[in-house]
Ligand binder design. Structure first.
Ligand SMILES: [Zn+2]
Ligand SMILES: [Zn+2]
Length: 179
């Protein structure tokens, strides 16, 4: 019996982006025999051998291992002090990013971008061609980057572009890094 894979609102392409490997195994968290093994980041002291997408989507893996798939500090604008007004995101949205959304593979510390006061969706790893096509929308993010860096971006190389999109207004945003 095949179960439909859970959908991640903030990471809709997670399965196409190789964040899950097609590998049969018993999930360390739920104990079910599964055929998709998570291979993205998970920040926990005791790391499970095998996590299935269902245990990420329903928050059970984050609870059981007291871990996070995305670090709070990686969320743009997040401040440790809840009284700081820059903390525009509510706790529920922060928990969705950290506890119930797969991470993505970055060269350095990943960043989760924010727009319209909400965490964006992670769309894809991108290179210079995709970035050029979205240049007007990405203007604010690109103004901090030098052209040589932008021209060198590749989806599966170094440096890499990480493309996000706002769920509210549809605007794309870009984070980049390399070694
Ligand atoms: Zn599981
Ligand atoms: Zn927006």
């Amino acid at each position: 019996m095949k179960q439909d894979l859970p959908i991640f609102r903030l990471h809709p392409n997670a399965y196409q982006l190789d964040l899950f490997a097609p590998e049969v195994g018993t999930c360390s968290c739920c104990g079910h025999l599964r055929d998709w093994k998570y291979r993205g980041p998970f920040y926990a002291i005791h790391k499970p051998d095998y996590l299935c997408p269902w245990c990420i989507a329903d928050g059970s893996a984050a609870r059981r291992y007291e871990g996070q798939f995305n670090d709070e500090l990686s969320i743009e604008g997040w401040q440790p002090d809840p009284s700081v007004s820059a903390n525009a995101l509510n706790a529920e949205l922060i928990a969705e990013v950290c506890d119930r959304t797969p991470g993505y593979l970055a060269w350095q510390q990943a960043h989760w971008l924010v727009h319209c006061g909400q965490p964006c969706q992670f769309i894809a790893y991108v290179g210079s061609t995709e970035v050029e096509g979205l240049r007007p929308e990405l203007a604010a993010d690109l103004q901090h980057l030098n052209d040589t860096h932008v021209q060198a971006l590749s989806a599966d190389g170094n440096p890499t572009g990480y493309l996000f999109r706002c769920l509210q207004c549809g605007t794309h945003r870009l984070h980049t890094d390399g070694t």
